[in-house]
Design a protein around this ligand. Sequence first.
Ligand code: TRP
Length: 372
Amino acid sequence: MKDEKMIVTPWEVKGEIDYDKLIKDFGLSLIDEKLYKKLGKHVGNNLFLRRKIFFAHRDLEFIFKEFEKGNKFYLYNGRGPSGHTHLGHLITFLFAKQLQDAFDVKYLIQLTDDEKFLFKDDLNLEDVDKFTYENTLDLIALDMNPEKTKIISNLKYAKTMYRQALRVAKKLTFSTAKAVFGFTNDTNVGSIFFTSMQSVPAFIESVKRGKKIPCLIPHAIDQDPHFRVARDVLPKLGYYKPASIQCKFLPGLGKGGKMSASEPDTAIFTIDTPKDIERKVMNAFTGGRDTVEEQRKLGGEPEICPVYQYYYFLFEKNDEELKKRYEKCKRGKVLCGDCKKELAKRIKKFLAEHQKKREKAKEVIDKFLLVD
Ligand code: TRP
């Protein structure tokens, strides 16, 4: 795994992720203690912040400065509906919801059905329509408030989106798109245009309200190239540069934290049955030793263990308990089988709840979707 080259683009994430390098390559800023404190003043003792799962940003100071002047920002992020939602996908939405509650602001979520159709050879438009619907249910199931939260499908809101995307596209050259995204002569022309669509929700509120409104985008770090482009173009159209806050990836359950679409057992999907969850967790790669004796003698390696990461990101909210779990593992006092069983139990409980809310979401979907 170590030898596998790191690749992080909006469409491909591979290899061992070196977050320090990404910060440098992308030109992001680390969230320093002062900013964590400032966030904490509003958001309280937030798990994603205190565990530094959200760790980098662009222009957060600007967001605070405007907020303190009474110029409230709005939140924006999204998802590409190329399949069912898995646990890793939930993180940016959970966090955005927490920010929304803390600051009492509007929140836009974009489902880039157009993108997934263009970038995935094996997906047709009917497939993406289906996943757009399924993913929308997952978003609403996170207790979203329809008064303040709106969901955009690029295809269903095409009239509004296309008009604004054109304004962006006119200011974006092919050479910039090539340099930022690595497009080649074989890239289809829709893909080259696409980033214009992803930038629209970053200024659409300013268009609608007829004045400049700051926008904050909580997203996984791979999406940053889109917003680099948006930050370049939007001021040319008379809008603020979007600010952003970036998170790390929840690893998959495969060796080295690998998650792969071709191996569906390396990710846990929100629609998985208790049996699926049990099987996937019990088969996960761990930082454990080959035999029980070795485990007891040498201890495990939580640093490289995806099971531990699932506790860290989502399933152990208590810091003391998390630390205990880490140390017990290190000292060989807990066996991987037991650690996995407990995790499977917690995931099953979480998803049973989520699936109930998902069913209920079907009745209110129209309150969330922007359609034109
Ligand atoms: N392109 C993203 C994906 O494939 C989806 C997306 C659209 C998004 N708008 C966004 C992600 C804003 C983060 C922030 O998942």
